[in-house]
Design a protein around this ligand. Sequence first.
Ligand code: DX5
Ligand code: ZN
Length: 228
Amino acid sequence: MYILAPSILAADFKRLGEEIRTAALAGAQYIHIDVMDGMFVPSISFGAPVIQSVRSCTDRVFDVHMMVEEPGRYVEAMKEAGADLICVHEEACRHLDRTIHQIKECGCLAGVAVNPATPVENLSCILSEADMFLIMSVNPGFGGQKFIPYTLDKIRRLRTMLDLAGLHTDIEVDGGINTGNVSRVLEAGANVIVAGSAVFGKDTEGAVQEFLRKMQEFDCACRPGDPQ
Ligand code: DX5
Ligand code: ZN
């Protein structure tokens, strides 16, 4: 299944609830929420109180991307605020296996993210433990950056690793994705697409629909025998 996860980092914060509602009503399946601590990444974004205040805007999956050192410290708070999926960085967890299980034990789905310079092979031991993997296609910390092309090869390598292990785990890709390059990301083996600046800013509804159309088009082209 192909999923679009608009990143609210690029939304107009003074109309955050409205922006989320528009993206959800246009068909986005996830809402991607970037939590930044000013340590793991240079920026500070927002935390649990903001997530809690927009939780009632939609029942879509809240996909919380923790760009935070030792995110295990905030797992319960994120769950309480309304997170459905909590994604932590491999680079930010001293005890990654423990943090993954902490997320699952509180009833959320567990994602593990890797920065552009982190090899996907670092995920080999926890391949069957996570519910989703997130390949960063920009260095985390800011929206509106340019897609790093070598990350396509990382998506391919991770999809092969999962296939060899008989796993159908979701691969999410985050950073610099627009309707012009999304099909290359899907082709490499990803199925969850984060898009911030390419969704919010002008015509949010139109942008979501255009992404979904491209993703649907790719899906149909992949399965030519299937009824459309
Ligand atoms: C970057 C964030 C992304 C960001 C994506 O650190 O994790 O989710 O908002 O924004 P775009 O799509 O503009 O690159
Ligand atoms: Zn993100």
